[in-house]
Write a protein that binds this ligand. Sequence first.
Ligand SMILES: [Zn+2]
Ligand SMILES: [Zn+2]
Length: 243
Amino acid sequence: MPVILFLIIHWYLSLFSQTFFLHRYGAHKMFTMTPFWEKFFFLFTWFTQGSSYLNPRAYAVMHRMHHAYSDTEMDPHSPHYFRDAFQMIWKTKDYYNALVTHKIEPEARFDKNYPVWPAMERMAESSISRYLFGAAYVAFYFFFATQWWMWLFLPIHFFIGPIQGAIVNWAGHKYGYTNFNDGDQSKNTLFIDFLLLGELFQNNHHHFAARSNFGAKWWEFDPVYPVIKVLNWIGVVKIVKSA
Ligand SMILES: [Zn+2]
Ligand SMILES: [Zn+2]
């Protein structure tokens, strides 16, 4: 039981970092926050993504390209240009690394206005941090896994950020229904997206890229939107353009 609980908690905390901090704040600036809260969520992203911490700059640049070139050859991770999900994941990883190491210099319009904290980022991206988080996951399983099959979940913890991104990029541009026709392949995969915290409303999100609510119809529920509303209400964030 502790292992399953750990998996669920890790899944949702890491996913929250990705959708709230890296995606909605870092890449889209759907809301603003003070430098204090930006640092708080930087650290939150490090601790929750742990061994698979994603760099906000590389994330923002790649994601803005994805919006600008959705499902064309210039889209860094459209599922329609890859044989299978693994090939897409591999290429996405290569592109991400090339951005992090500055082997690729993106268009200037994508490469600005994202959260930066060099000292923390160096720490979060160091091998020592990644290995220590990995070791912590193994230790947790060592002490709490009571059945052999529970160990099958362990790799999810190592790569949790990229796994969540890959599900969204693959399923969200392949499976589901559309509300808007913007000429790309973006889909809304679930009616109530508790699994990927609203990220699977890709079709709505591509249509209203600046809107912090990913649900568009009354029956589409994005679980992160109420959280953003509460954070807006208590003054942690300030929504720039609300639904
Ligand atoms: Zn998309
Ligand atoms: Zn987006």
